[in-house]
Unconditional design. Structure first.
Length: 328
C-alpha cells in the first residue's frame, strides 16, 4: 500500500530539519574540539618548556587519539540521529498507515452499522410477516377443519342419498311392476266395460221400447240456461224431459254423465214444482234436503249425475249454463 503523497512530503520535511540539526551539532562539536586543542597548547606554553622526560611523538599521538575518539563519538551520534530519523520515518509511515486503516475500519464500521440497521428493519418486517403468516396459517387451519367437517357431513349425506336412491329405485321397480299389472287389469276392465256398456245399451233399448213406446230422447252436447234449453227443445217439436216413473228415472239417469236440466221448475210459484206440461210432481227423486232454494233464486231442477240414481234431483239457478235432455 503506497503512502499518501502529502504525508510523504511531510515526512521528508521533518527529515530535512533533523539532518540540518545534526549538521549543526557536528559543526559545534568540531569547533569545541578545536577550542580544546587550542586550550591544551596554551596550557603547555604557560607551564613552560617540556621536561626532558615528555616525548613530542607521544603527545601528538595522544592528541590524535583524542580527535579520533571525538570524531568517532560524533559519527556514532550522527548514526544514532540517522537511525532515529529512519525510525521516526518508519513510525510515521506506520502511524499514517494505521490512521488509514482506522479510517477504513471506521468507514467499514459505519457501513456495518447501516447494514445492521437495514438488517434490523428487515428482521422486524420479517417478524411482522411471520406473525401475519402465522395468523393466516391459523385461519387456513380453521377453514381446513371446517371444510373437513363439511366434507364428512356431505359424505354422510351422500351415503344417505345413495341409500335413498337405491330404495327409490327399488320402489320404482315395484311401482313399475304394479303399473304394468294395473295396465293389464285396466285393459281387462276396459274390455269388460265395453262388454257391459254393450249389454246396458241393449237393455236400455229394450227398456226404451217397453217404457216409452214411440218417445225419443235427445241429450245436448252444448250448455244453455234452463229457459234457452227449453226453447231449443220446443223449436224441434219437443220439450224438456218429464219423469213420472221410477223406470224412467233409472233410464234417464243412466244416459247422462254430466249434470243436465230436466223439465221441472217452480218459476211461476215458489215451492210449487210443476212439469213443463203444467202437471204436478207425483213422485220426486230429490237429493237429501232438496229442494231448498239455497240462493233464493233456485227455481229450476237438474239431475246430478254423481248422486244415487233414485235421489239425484237438485234445484238450481235457472240462468246457469248446463246441458239438457229433450223428449219428443
Amino acid at each position: 500500500m503506497k503512502p499518501h503523497p502529502v504525508k510523504s512530503c511531510h515526512c521528508l520535511k521533518h527529515s530535512s530539519i533533523i539532518v540540518k540539526s545534526t549538521e549543526h551539532i557536528i559543526s559545534e562539536h568540531t569547533e569545541q574540539t578545536m577550542e580544546m586543542e587550542a586550550i591544551y597548547e596554551n596550557t603547555q606554553d604557560k607551564v613552560g618548556p617540556q621536561t626532558p622526560s615528555q616525548n613530542p611523538t607521544e603527545a601528538q599521538n595522544s592528541r590524535r587519539w583524542f580527535v579520533v575518539i571525538t570524531v568517532g563519538l560524533g559519527l556514532i551520534c550522527v548514526l544514532l540521529v540517522i537511525a532515529l530519523i529512519l525510525l521516526y520515518i518508519h513510525q510515521t509511515a506506520e502511524r499514517d498507515q494505521l490512521k488509514k486503516k482506522v479510517k477504513e475500519y471506521n468507514k467499514t464500521l459505519t457501513s456495518l452499522k447501516i447494514n445492521f440497521s437495514h438488517l434490523t428493519d428487515e428482521r422486524d418486517e420479517l417478524q411482522i410477516n411471520l406473525k401475519s403468516m402465522s395468523e393466516r396459517k391459523s385461519e387456513l387451519e380453521t377453514n381446513f377443519s371446517h371444510l373437513t367437517d363439511e366434507r364428512d357431513e356431505l359424505q354422510i349425506n351422500l351415503k344417505s342419498m345413495s341409500e335413498t336412491k337405491s330404495e327409490l329405485e327399488t320402489n320404482f321397480s315395484h311401482l313399475t311392476d304394479e303399473r304394468d299389472e294395473l295396465q293389464i287389469n285396466l285393459t281387462s276392465m276396459s274390455e269388460t266395460k265395453s262388454e257391459l256398456e254393450t249389454r246396458v245399451k241393449n237393455l236400455n233399448d229394450a227398456l226404451m221400447k217397453s217404457i216409452s213406446g214411440s218417445f225419443r230422447y235427445f241429450i245436448s252436447s252444448e250448455e244453455k240456461s234452463w229457459t234457452d234449453s227449453r226453447r231449443f227443445c220446443r223449436s224441434r217439436g219437443g220439450d224438456l224431459v218429464i219423469i213420472n216413473t221410477e223406470e224412467e228415472q233409472k233410464y234417464i239417469s243412466s244416459l247422462v254423465n254430466e249434470n243436465v236440466w230436466i223439465g221441472l221448475s217452480d218459476a211461476e210459484k215458489e215451492r210449487n214444482m210443476k212439469w213443463v206440461d203444467n202437471t204436478p210432481v207425483n213422485k220426486g227423486f230429490w237429493d237429501k234436503g232438496e229442494p231448498n232454494d239455497y240462493s233464493g233464486n233456485e227455481n229450476c231442477v237438474e239431475i246430478i249425475h254423481t248422486k244415487p240414481i233414485l235421489s239425484n234431483w237438485n234445484d238450481f239457478a235457472c240462468s246457469v249454463m248446463k246441458k239438457w235432455i229433450c223428449e219428443k
